[in-house]
Design a protein around this ligand. Structure first.
Ligand code: EQ3
Length: 319
């Protein structure tokens, strides 16, 4: 049997992923724009406290200095309009620039705005604001899920803002990517049940932000499937994705299972936690990596799943 990316997606198919994340993100998307901004403010008031203060980093924020200076010059009405434009994907110059920010730059942008909202430099939530029943319902839904799922919802909302670059002309500025400082030593690890060198090298390279080394482990037509997304196919596309999304992640795999299937292909499921530089050790996301290696030992497919519950860390069944 030969694999296709489509059939590879079904390996270890009993893995339970955190479906509450897309469900809650969809509830959020139905709110009107002002309710969306209000929801984010209240959700962030809770979660923001666990953000590692050093995470955005001065050097990273300097990359957006021009836009920040413009925002500081605006009246509160203009600032509020800017936030509405971003949330409603309106076609404005700042909304277009935002669409070309990398994921971490988008998060950093809002982090800075949030800090300035607290200080009154950027228009705060209107005094006496009354939360609508719709906002309350989404907030309650978010409170029911665990913290790692909550930060994923928050992240998704911010990522989807701005003017969709697929509609804009692509002659815009380069993508702004953040870099995060690393402790000089990557975490030492062994994975109980998995000794496959390709899997170990993948984790090691990712823990050093060495994306070239990580991608060299993939087959030419290999694919990486991020949580709740379609597979990203080919080395070039995977490299661009990891440079944007993989910076500063700390991966702590613990357990796994390996199996030779047919025609020399092997499959490996590894579970453990992943920390983002934004929340450091405060939030450990429960993650599974489902690898399919070709007969040459190259990664033909790897899915990264955000697991439904910590119990899923122990689900290493093969079906
Ligand atoms: C200002 C305020 C509060 C109000 C205003 O009205 C609107 C907004 C938007 C506001 C601001 C909100 C802010 C600042 C929100 C910030 C949220 C943050 C910092 C969220 C960060 C989340 C990060 C996550 C969930 C990262 C997850 C990464 C994972 C799971 C990566 C996994 C990977 C692995 C393990 C691999 O092996 C390689 C691939 C991949 C990268 C997918």
């Amino acid at each position: 049997m030969s694999y296709t990316i489509e059939s590879a997606r079904n390996i270890f198919s009993s893995t339970q992923v955190a479906d509450a994340v897309p469900a809650t993100t969809a509830m959020f998307a139905k709110l009107n724009v002002d309710d969306q901004l209000a929801f984010l403010w209240y959700a962030y008031a809770e979660l923001g406290r666990t953000i590692t203060p050093a995470a955005p980093g001065k050097a990273n924020l300097q990359l957006m200095e021009g836009i920040f200076n413009d925002i500081k010059q605006m009246s509160h009405e203009q600032q509020t309009q800017l936030m509405r434009d971003l949330a409603s994907n309106a076609d404005t110059p700042i909304s277009r620039s935002y669409a070309y920010f990398g994921v971490n730059a988008k998060l950093g942008f809002w982090w800075q705005l949030g800090e300035w909202m607290k200080q009154g430099i950027v228009a705060p939530m209107p005094a006496g604001y009354q939360m609508s029943t719709q906002v309350k319902a989404v907030l309650e839904a978010v409170q029911r899920i665990d913290q790692s799922q909550q930060i994923t919802v928050l992240r998704n909302t911010v990522v989807n803002m701005g003017f969709d670059p697929s509609l804009a002309d692509k002659q815009q500025a380069e993508v702004i990517n953040f870099k995060f400082p690393r402790a000089s030593l990557s975490p030492q690890f062994t994975i109980e049940g998995v000794t496959e060198p390709t899997v170990l090298k993948y984790i090691e390279a990712m823990n050093a932000d060495n994306f070239e080394a990580a991608v060299a482990l993939f087959a030419n037509n290999g694919a990486l499937q991020p949580p709740f997304q379609k597979p990203i196919v080919g080395r070039e596309a995977i490299t661009a994705y990891l440079r944007d999304e993989g910076q500063g992640l700390v991966m702590k795999p613990t357990k796994g299972v390996s199996e030779t299937i047919e025609d020399g292909y092997t499959q490996h499921k590894v579970t453990g936690t992943v920390e983002t530089p934004w929340f450091g050790g405060n939030v450990g996301m429960n993650i599974a990596w489902r690898f399919l290696l070709d007969p040459q030992g190259q990664i033909y497919f790897v899915a990264i799943d955000l697991l439904a519950s910590p119990k899923e860390l122990l689900n290493l069944t093969r079906k």
